[in-house]
Design a protein around this ligand. Structure first.
Ligand code: FRU
Length: 530
């Protein structure tokens, strides 16, 4: 009895301290009823059970399972010796954590990379019925780095013959030695059907290199791209390259994604893209060299790449990014984990007046998380219109599709949606009509003294303005993903309120608008205790 009472009390204390965000590192999270309920813990997004996470890695689909590997330091909640953490899912939303897939070895830490299904056993790793999954990653040799050399990043491969459950590193590693360039990393590999070969895109300092291979083991340099293209506000990292359909046509173009270590659109790290053609050897940019197209204008979407081997019958190209920013990623006030991924998003091209642009849509599987629904009819918004009583759920774990319309004569300067709490902390987002830009304002969002780079009003230029707009928004305790202009303008941002946001309001400043329709859904969390 005494024992039971003490354990209950202990559980109570642990639960309370988790609510306060003070969970100790040693806490066996899986044993408690507080699984994934800590303050700021995302409910609909992937985050590691505990400790540090950065880039998504090795995203590959095989036999009904989406694999997600990720940059992981299992012994600390800041960046450190990198491993590949691992999780699987059938819908990219409900995840099962699996043991760490790749550990550092004598060649170095395991940095970012990709994975493919070796359908034709080109590497010869397949032993049984299951196709071999092959991971291609960067080795980062800290000894070499400390010794001041410049050849400490090389590329290695590993394979699995049991659907990704266990991995063997190839004895011939590294498969690509360093050419003596410090930043030489993040291989993304794909099978190029037309030329029947593997192609690797690799980030090399301020550009990308393309390599070709018949067997994933021997690689030949093919071309480079980017020294005089796009932005060079930071080092290039985590590239991706693939063919993508143009909506409403039978045509395709190629999309190259490149993450930029600093110099993002609202400061810190960001992700840009190029539209063009690829012939198996060479990528050519369809736009002018100095044009910079940003994939996301929020501050928290970095190092994102797409799933490999999604079946043709499905046909989607699905993206996932790391929902943080190197400016403050190691300092955000979450415990016992750090960082989450974005929601998975389907990519496509849309023909706009300015040329082909990338469109993002949250995967349809997300509808499976919809709970209670509130349909709000038309109402005038002039100033702040509190809607808290109109919905039966907390707005900070919800999906919203809100349509606004306004008259030219009485048009507001800004309008949008605001979540707030009783402490007066708030996040506002919407359209700055006067400035022609969408925004997310987290300047009063709660905790932010952990980094000067955190507070901010983030802006995204509108592609076109009219007298109406629809905002599609996904809130998840500590993050918001805003898809404006039907997914052509996207902003992803974190925030850390001291208390949860329970209030919802629509607002205008300097004029009025009509909120013609709002479809709001509560979202259900994905983290059941295993
Ligand atoms: C991007 C990145 C990659 C690297 C990894 C190391 O966030 O810097 O370039 O492989 O993180 O963790």
């Amino acid at each position: 009895m005494y024992k039971l009472a003490t354990s209950l009390a202990l559980l109570g204390i642990m639960f309370f301290s988790c609510q306060q965000g003070e969970t100790s590192k040693e806490q066996p999270t899986t044993l408690l009823s507080d699984y994934y309920t800590e303050h700021h813990r995302p409910q609909a997004h992937f985050s590691p059970e505990k400790m540090w996470m950065n880039d998504p890695n090795g995203m590959v689909y095989y036999e009904g399972e989406y694999h997600l590997f990720y940059q992981h330091y299992p012994d600390g909640d800041v960046w450190g010796p990198m491993h590949w953490g691992h999780a699987i899912s059938t819908d990219m939303l409900h995840w099962e954590h699996l043991p760490i897939a790749l550990y550092p070895d004598s060649l170095g830490y395991i940095f970012s990379g990709s994975a493919v299904v070796d359908e034709n056993n080109t590497a010869g790793f397949q032993t049984g019925e299951e196709k071999a999954l092959v991971a291609i990653y960067t080795y980062h040799d800290t000894a070499g780095e400390k010794a001041g050399t410049n050849d400490f990043q090389t590329q290695g491969i590993a394979y699995s013959n049991d659907k990704g459950r266990t991995w063997t590193k190839y004895e011939g590693n590294p498969v690509i030695p360093s050419p003596g360039i410090k930043d030489f990393r993040d291989p993304k590999v794909f099978w190029h059907e037309e030329s029947s070969q593997w192609v690797m895109i690799l980030a090399v300092k301020d550009r990308v290199h393309l390599y070709q291979s018949a067997n994933l083991k021997e690689w030949t340099f093919a071309s480079e791209f980017g020294a005089d293209q796009g932005s060079h506000g930071g080092v290039w990292e985590c590239p991706d390259l693939f063919e993508l359909p143009i909506e409403g046509t039978d045509e395709t173009r190629w999309l190259m994604i490149v993450s930029l270590g600093s110099g993002g659109p609202n400061g810190g790290s960001g992700t840009m893209y190029f539209v063009g053609d690829f012939d198996g050897s060479l990528f050519t940019n369809a736009n002018t060299a100095d044009e910079v197209l940003w994939l996301d204008y929020g501050k928290d979407n970095y190092a994102g790449v797409t799933w490999s081997d999604v079946p043709e019958a499905d046909g989607r190209r699905i993206f996932l990014g790391w929902m943080s920013n190197w400016q403050y990623a190691t300092k955000v006030p979450t415990r016992p984990w750090r960082s989450a991924m974005t929601l998975p998003r389907v990519l496509s091209f849309v023909q706009t007046e300015g040329g082909l642009r990338l469109k993002q849509a949250v995967v349809a599987e997300m509808e499976g998380l919809r709970g209670l629904k509130s349909d709000l009819g038309a109402r005038e918004v002039a100033g702040e219109l509190d809607q808290t009583g109109e919905i039966e759920f907390d707005p900070d774990l919800s999906e919203m599709k809100v349509h606004f319309r306004w008259e030219a004569e009485t048009a507001p300067q800004t309008l949008g949606i605001m979540l707030s709490n009783a402490l007066g902390e708030q996040v506002k987002l919407g359209l700055d009509l006067a400035g022609g830009q969408y925004f997310v304002d987290r300047r009063q969002a709660g905790k932010m003294d952990f980094s000067e780079a955190f507070p901010g009003l983030h802006l995204a230029p509108a592609k076109q303005l009219s007298n109406e707009m629809t905002l599609e928004v996904f809130w998840d305790h500590a993050s918001v993903e805003l898809l404006a202009e039907e997914g052509l303008t996207v902003m992803t941002d974190n925030f850390f309120p001291n208390e949860r946001f329970t209030k919802l309001a629509f607002f205008t400043e300097g004029g009025k608008a009509e909120m013609t329709q709002a479809e709001l859904y509560q979202l259900e969390g994905v983290w059941a205790k295993p």
